[in-house]
Design a protein around this ligand. Structure first.
Ligand code: G6Q
Length: 537
């Protein structure tokens, strides 16, 4: 497949012209009913309303042309079918397939990458059996009692997605089951999690694709010691999820071992065993499959040709319109759902690690903007915090609102004639309107300029199925944007330098402490930093 540079696409020149006079949202009469009903699409239980974006039919046609000219759906299908998409042509790179979608293609009659999907099926079967053994009392602690808690030890992609999904779906936990997460090498992270834990009923799930991540190996040791100190046998409590052949691939050391694979990137791994073991334990196997089902249905949607029918593609193209053509540097994802508390943090990684790139897929510097800064917090809390900047700041921040018609617990009361859930949703709609329309005022400090783009993504209720759909919606939106910008969304070279320098500082520190001082280059900045900041002298 030949990759084309974003800036050289004909559709880009056309959209640049259209961006000189984008649709005006501010003022009266800019959002007539036909615009609101016309600028709407739905998929996998989600309604997506985008009348409050600065687009008109000409821009939408231009964005469709852009998607077609860049061959975005074709590239998505190629990815799903196992083409080597994680590469920089002509340069040393990871050079791998990108097959996270195969984890949920288990619902297809004809999976596009049958071997990878077969592999996912094997792992699912293994998980199902292990969970059944726990339920049936075949796997217990030393006293023959059941486990009720699981702690996932992992960082980055081996933490953020599974943690966000756990928090989102806590409502659906099996009775008595709960999960905790230890990610940071900050010892206080582990200490706080372990503090109120009954280790004798706890499973420890160590998740590391490489099996070499310093933070995870350190925390694994820490938890092992805690188990031993409590008189427990770590091999009866610890589970591993890792790459085949990694240093952690040692069944002797673990009660159970599961695999993830090189062609599943960490940040795209929540639907593999990286998420499966912990989520399966707390939610039950069937609920984990529901997550996969929602994700699969969204993957199928992502293969539709037109932006109107293809929700991930439409969101990707609207994002590109705001970022590349209207010049917005960031995007806020604001869920009106407390359960989605950590979803923006997961998206931060998934989006910024994927699309924060400065060379194209041939290794040449890009001549256009790539990924925006992504951030967010749940509403309505954010309204009492940073929304001031959204409405009246000098930075225009496009917003992606996410909301649900019904709450998860259905425990709600009416105050002043409306339920709390209605208040939540009403606030979300109000924010979208306020951003779009603004408000004139004779006092300039009370004036809202408006014309600030947003979209509304609404589903009936946050369930395992909708959560799976939401996860895949964003994953697919991110890869579509990466394809369009002609960058490799699947590597992460930008995190390496810091790791190398930290290792250097740590070996220097270890030498200083053992009295084995090495003679460093006299001007090495890490030496001065160690003496100024890290040593207790
Ligand atoms: C994600 C990244 C990164 C990775 C962590 C943990 O795409 O590759 O966040 O997930 O560094 O890596 P391990 O799973 O190998 O410990």
């Amino acid at each position: 497949m030949e990759y084309k540079d974003f800036i050289d696409l004909r559709a880009v020149q056309h959209l640049q012209q259209l961006a000189e006079q984008p649709y005006t949202l501010a003022g009266e009469g800019t959002l007539p009913p036909e615009r609101i009903s016309g600028y709407h699409t739905s998929a996998c239980g989600f309604d997506f309303l985008f009348a409050t974006q600065r687009v008109d039919d000409r821009v939408l046609a231009g964005l469709q042309d852009l998607a077609d000219e860049a061959g975005l759906v074709e590239q998505f299908q190629a990815m799903k079918s196992g083409e080597v998409m994680n590469r920089i042509v002509g340069h040393d790179s990871e050079n791998r397939q990108v097959l996270h979608t195969a984890c949920r293609d288990v619902f297809s009659d004809k999976p596009l990458a049958p071997q990878a999907t077969g592999r996912a099926e094997e792992q699912l079967l293994r998980l199902e059996r292990f969970l059944a053994d726990l339920d049936n009392g075949l796997v217990t602690n030393d006293q023959g009692e059941p486990f009720n808690t699981i702690i996932q030890v992992g960082i980055g992609g081996s933490d953020l997605g599974p943690r966000a999904l756990y928090l989102a779906l806590k409502r659906y936990c099996l009775p008595g089951r709960r999960a905790g997460f230890i990610a940071n090498v900050d010892p206080d992270d582990a200490a706080a999690v372990l503090a109120d834990l009954d280790l004798s009923h706890t499973l420890v799930n160590v998740v590391s694709k490489s099996g070499t991540t310093l933070e995870t190996l350190t925390n694994e040791q820490l938890v092992r010691q805690a188990l031993v100190a409590a008189g427990l046998n770590p091999a009866r409590h610890m589970i591993a999820v890792t790459g085949a052949g990694s240093p952690m691939d040692d069944p002797e050391k673990y009660l159970a071992s599961f695999y993830m694979y090189d062609d599943i990137g960490g940040r795209y791994s929540a639907t593999s065993m990286v998420g499966g073991v912990t989520l399966g334990f707390v939610l039950g196997y069937d609920n984990f499959r529901e997550i996969l089902h929602g994700a699969h249905d969204m993957d199928v949607t992502a293969e539709k040709e037109t932006v109107r029918d293809n929700l991930p593609l439409l969101m990707a193209m609207l994002g590109i319109w705001n970022h590349n053509f209207l010049g917005c540097a960031t995007v806020a994802v604001l869920p009106y759902s407390q359960a989605l508390l950590r979803f923006p943090a997961h998206l931060q990684q998934c989006d910024m690690e994927s699309n924060g790139k400065r060379v194209n897929r041939y290794g040449q510097p890009v001549r256009w903007q790539t990924g925006p800064v992504v951030w967010g917090e749940p509403g309505t809390n954010g309204q009492h915090a940073f929304y001031q900047l959204l409405h009246q700041g000098t930075e225009i921040v496009p917003v992606e609102f996410i909301g649900f018609r019904r709450s998860q617990y259905q425990e709600d009361i009416k105050v002043r004639g409306t339920t709390s859930q209605q208040k939540l949703l009403a606030n979300m709609l109000a924010q979208s309107l306020a951003l779009a329309r603004g408000r004139e005022h004779e006092n300039s400090n009370k004036r809202f300029p408006g014309n600030r783009p947003s979209s509304l993504l609404i589903a009936d209720r946050l369930t395992p199925y909708t959560m799976g759909g939401l996860l895949a919606l964003y994953e697919n939106r991110i890869v579509f944007q990466g394809f369009c910008w002609n960058i490799n969304s699947f590597d992460q070279e930008g995190v390496q330098l810091g790791k190398i320098l930290a290792d250097r500082i740590l070996s220097q520190l270890a030498g200083e402490q053992s009295g084995d001082r090495q003679k460093p280059a006299h001007d090495a900045p890490e030496i001065s930093l160690i003496h100024r900041a890290a040593l207790d002298e």
